[in-house]
Design a protein around this ligand. Structure first.
Ligand code: SF4
Length: 62
């Protein structure tokens, strides 16, 4: 699994709330980025939850 955040991010914070070990808000751009790729089933599940919760589909999982 590889997670990324596109420039479509509007900084709503949902992904950071769901999976803070994976996503981090950049305080200068107010956009989320991936600070660490998910490791293990539990983190991959949370990454998918964040993808589903993103209101602008800015989270991409391959
Ligand atoms: S859930 Fe989507 S729009 Fe919200 S901060 Fe995360 S990537 Fe950005």
């Amino acid at each position: 699994m590889k997670v990324s955040v596109t420039q479509d991010c509007i900084g709503c914070g949902a992904c950071v709330a769901i999976a803070p070990m994976i996503f981090e808000m950049d305080t200068s751009t107010m956009k989320s980025h991936v600070k660490k790729q998910p490791e293990g089933a539990e983190e991959e599940k949370l990454a998918k939850e964040a993808e589903a919760a993103c209101p602008v589909n800015a989270i991409k999982i391959k």
